[in-house]
Design a protein around this ligand. Structure first.
Ligand code: ADP
Ligand code: F6P
Length: 319
């Protein structure tokens, strides 16, 4: 193996740049040539290769986003698109590929691996929703961004004696909501992985009110999609002024936290090491506090297993 390529795909996440840096530097350290691919699988199909040297990844360790850019590319889901990418990879003399992305990106990575391009994945997504790993790059920063926002909203909620429903990212996954809700001291956390009863949400607000707490915070995962409906119901049933704040893409940007930088550096280096050891068709992951790797699965689905003990603890601490 002489030449490897790295790309970022799907939703960006803070720490992706740190992971690219680690791949490039570890690759060069191991005597490999390293190329970046711009714009994810779209760039791969178009042959947008960018030769990398040590300096190419200087001054990016602390930057959010991905300097290689990213894309969502429907054409790549078809065999024709994957074959087109294979031709570009061969023409460029690439021997192996590293894909930094989420579960969708790994379904694509698995296809390339099956077509004969040794491929390793690095989990990058703020959602922390990838099967085979307890952590994804960017999750820590996104949670910290959300908690900082909740703290600020709490200040104004207190001053105005209001209830706030704060919607955080996570289309199908509630981990950002769970962590941000727990760390932000929310009265209720609403996630797709756990059923909620509206009466319980309302009782918690009323109980707080009765003991003198005139503001409340509810953290809801984006995937629930009911923040406006819930606001109306709370106002109707409690008479308390209720506001909705949707944090949105602010959670995807910003300088990666120290933890995200540490993990991205280790995962990036490990991805290169796996390739040089002859391993492919695998994703780097963190399991029970240890770096590990697991095979891409046929479904490569989103995981749906938030830690419900944290959910239950949060409920018992926010009575
Ligand atoms: P993420 O990787 O963050 O989950 P997406 O689900 O949007 O993001 O996937 C990113 C890209 O991965 C898609 O735009 C597509 O190019 C590729 N991809 C997703 N699913 C598949 C699939 N089943 N086969 C091949 N490529 C896929
Ligand atoms: O990266 C994951 C994620 O942020 C989800 O939480 C969110 O639903 C989705 O991406 C939004 O992606 P976009 O707005 O880029 O399509």
């Amino acid at each position: 193996m002489k030449k490897i390529a790295v790309l970022t795909s799907g939703g960006d996440a803070p720490g992706m740049n740190t992971a690219i840096r680690a791949v490039v530097r570890r690759g060069i350290y191991k005597g490999l040539q390293v190329c970046g691919v711009e714009n994810g699988y779209k760039g791969l199909m178009d042959g947008d290769f960018l030769p990398m040297n040590l300096g190419s990844v200087g001054d990016i360790i602390h930057r959010g986003g991905t300097f290689l850019k990213t894309s969502r590319c429907e054409e790549f889901k078809e065999l024709k698109g994957q074959q087109q990418a294979m031709v570009k990879l061969k023409n460029e003399g690439i021997d192996a590929l590293i894909v930094i992305g989420g579960d969708g990106s790994f379904r694509g990575a698995k296809r390339l691996n099956e077509l004969g391009m040794p491929t390793v994945g690095i989990p990058g997504s703020i959602d922390n929703d990838i099967e085979g790993t307890d952590y994804t790059i960017g999750f820590d920063t996104a949670v910290n961004t959300a908690v900082e926002a909740i703290d600020k909203i709490r200040d104004t909620a207190f001053s105005h004696e209001r209830t706030y429903i704060i919607e955080v990212m996570g289309r199908g996954a509630g981990d950002i909501a769970l962590w941000a809700g727990m760390c932000g001291g929310a009265e209720s956390i609403i996630i797709p992985e756990a059923d909620y009863i509206m009466e319980d949400v309302i009782d918690r607000i009323k109980q707080g009110y009765e003991r003198g707490k005139k503001h409340s915070i509810i953290v809801m995962a984006e995937g629930i999609g009911k923040s406006i409906e819930m606001k109306k119901e709370i106002e109707e049933k409690t008479g308390f002024e209720t506001k909705v704040t949707i944090l949105g893409h602010i959670q995807r940007g910003g300088s990666p936290s120290a933890y995200d930088r540490m993990m991205s550096s280790q995962m990036g280096a490990m991805a290169v090491d796996l390739l040089t050891e002859g391993k492919s068709g695998v994703m780097v992951g963190l399991k029970n506090g240890r770096l590990t790797h697991t095979f891409f699965t046929e479904s490569q689905k989103e995981k749906n297993n938030v830690d419900l003990s944290i959910y239950n603890l949060a409920r018992s601490l926010s009575i």
